[in-house]
Design a protein around this ligand. Structure first.
Ligand code: G3H
Ligand code: 13P
Ligand code: ZN
Length: 309
């Protein structure tokens, strides 16, 4: 069934698990994710970025979501806008039936972020849609040499409390050391669980979201490289840390990079082993299968959402 994230998050906070939010860009990715949710009996959040919407077109995306919901009526599925850049994009998604939108005002200063988020919250709530906002800056934290400067990019717990109170947002994405893409840490992976805890203490009723949370699964990177890829030195957030986050108050864990790796690894392997293959169903089918395996692993062994549909 198509739902907002509200019921999912209530359950996740009560029972201490996280729900995976997986980026969708085409049919194979969506089917791989939704089939994994069905097999593991897990709630799932499908999310599309504005560039995914530009690529796949919003009408196609929503028809595919409709089909997924029809095929799996007992699985709670939410459709979410990832990193909504402005009010207009959020409104377009709400008007097309998304059940949740993110407004990413993290690039603005505190007051501007609040004003933009409030504007989206007002419209979204009038249509029964929930809103994720972001406070703190993810990108490039690991590139900061200066510790004081990098500290300044983590979410400030006192500001988080004020932000949620003033905007009325339904969930909050925070920066505790993750970043987007396949190169998250130069040295050891490190997340600031102390900051997460302080934020939870101040806003215990607000579901917390972790972006940039791909594991950058070593076996998938290896598979890409083995079959002609060149992705050296990639590093993500280890499964143990994501599991820790899932039982420590993080309700939504965003994954895109691992799906990109799974898809690429599947296609590369198929081409390498079958140089004469040119039926897209052959290599896209293998990619879809690998996406499903990847998502199943996360739901079952890492996030704890399996069996929680
Ligand atoms: O957080 C960003 C997601 O990985 C989406 O990336 O804007 O290239 O679709 P994208
Ligand atoms: P990854 O790049 O770690 O998969 O993060 C995805 C994300 O945060 C989407 O919003
Ligand atoms: Zn993100």
């Amino acid at each position: 069934m198509l739902v907002t994230t509200q019921e999912m998050f209530e359950k996740s906070m009560k029972e201490k698990f996280a729900i995976g939010a997986f980026n969708v860009n085409d049919m194979e990715i969506m089917q791989g994710i939704v089939d994994a949710a069905a097999v593991t009996n897990s709630p799932v959040i499908l999310q599309a970025s504005s560039s995914a919407i530009k690529y796949a077109k919003i009408g196609y995306l929503m028809k595919m979501v409709e089909a997924a919901v029809e095929e799996h009526p007992n699985i709670p599925i939410a459709m979410h806008l990832d990193h909504g850049p402005d009010f207009e994009t959020a409104k377009m998604c709400i008007d097309h039936g998304f059940t949740s939108v993110m407004i990413d005002g993290s690039k603005y200063d505190f007051e501007e972020n609040i004003a933009l988020t409030k504007q989206v919250v007002e419209y979204a709530h009038s249509k029964g849609v929930v809103v994720e906002a972001e406070l703190g800056k993810l990108a490039g934290i690991e590139d900061e040499v200066n510790v004081a400067a990098s500290d300044a990019m983590y979410t400030d717990p006192a500001q988080a409390e004020e932000f949620v109170k003033r905007t009325g947002c339904d969930s909050l994405a925070i920066a505790i050391g993750t970043s987007h893409g396949a190169y998250k840490f130069k040295g050891e992976a490190k997340l600031r669980f102390d900051i997460l805890q302080e934020i939870k203490n101040r806003i215990p009723a607000t579901p917390i979201v972790l972006h940039g949370a791909s594991t950058v699964i070593p076996s998938l990177v290896e598979m890409c490289n083995q079959y002609g890829g060149d992705i050296p030195g990639a590093k993500g957030v280890p499964d143990e840390m994501l599991h820790q986050a899932s039982i420590s108050g993080v309700s939504k864990i965003n994954v895109d990079t691992d799906l990109r790796l799974a898809m690429t690894a599947g296609i590369r392997k198929t081409f390498a082993e079958n140089p004469n293959a040119f039926d897209p169903r052959k290599y896209l089918g293998v990619a879809r299968e690998l996406i499903q395996e990847t998502v199943k692993h996360k739901m079952t062994n890492v996030f704890g959402s399996a069996g929680k549909a």
